[in-house]
Design a protein around this ligand. Structure first.
Ligand code: G3P
Length: 227
């Protein structure tokens, strides 16, 4: 399973890229709003992320509401940089827009997916990526991981060859909050987990690792000070 970072913050992306284990970026309107950016700067900001990521896929979400506007927006966003993936929320309009955009070679990440049936519709419409949300189920006292399991199993039952644009469909486990969400997504066979920077840092650290490094340092100090 690969890691994407779920943020629009340039510093977070830069630092996560420096780790050498990042395969892409996902953004959404809330994450962009959190940067304090204005509408006029939106496309420039997304372009900066695309350039920093040097070819890695960067999901940029459209706020269009009609099929026509989604298609037009999708074309415009895709023209920003070759690594743009157009992100659309699952609904009747976005299925139609995905079908059209996919036929033109534009990759779509279908977001706000909560059920296997939504995922199946998105895959059949031609979505390149499907983003089932995990944490938001947990927020309402439901089990996000078991919902993700249904999506992974249903999408995995088909090889999706012969679709209108791209034979591949990949599942991005989204709305990830904890290292355990990441582990469970990998165990289930999700292709990608998109992880906020805070949770990514939690994935890296373990108290036993910290203790081990401290004791190795202490013992090595004995070695270097021995005559
Ligand atoms: O980018 C979509 C998703 O990952 C959002 O997560 O934490 O707002 O539920 P969250």
């Amino acid at each position: 399973m690969r890691f994407f970072i779920d943020t629009a913050d340039l510093d977070e992306i830069r630092e996560a890229l420096s780790w050498g284990c990042l395969a892409g970026v996902t953004t959404n309107p809330s994450l962009y709003a959190r940067t304090g950016g204005a509408l006029a700067d939106f496309e420039g900001h997304m372009l900066k992320i695309c350039e920093m990521c040097e070819g890695l896929p960067v999901s940029v979400e459209s706020q269009a509401k009609t099929v026509e506007d989604m298609v037009a927006d999708g074309r415009r966003l895709a023209a920003l940089a070759p690594n743009v993936v157009v992100k659309l929320p699952i609904c009747a309009e976005s299925l139609a827009a995905t079908h059209q955009l996919a036929s033109e070679g534009v990759r779509v990440n279908m977001t706000l997916v909560f059920t296997a049936t939504q995922a199946l519709l998105a895959a059949n419409a031609g979505a390149r990526y499907i983003s089932p949300f995990v944490g938001r189920f947990d927020d309402i006292a439901e089990d996000g991981v078991s919902q993700l399991a249904d999506v992974v199993a249903c999408i995995g039952n088909d090889d999706w060859s012969g679709r209108n644009v791209d034979d591949r469909v990949e599942i991005i486990a989204a709305s990830i909050r904890t290292p355990n969400h990441v582990t469970q997504a990998a165990l289930l066979g999700a292709d990608i987990a998109t992880v906020p920077f805070g949770a990514l840092k939690k994935c890296l650290r373990h108290p036993l690792t910290d203790q081990g490094m401290a004791s190795f340092d202490a013992d090595w100090a004995k070695v270097t000070s021995a005559r």
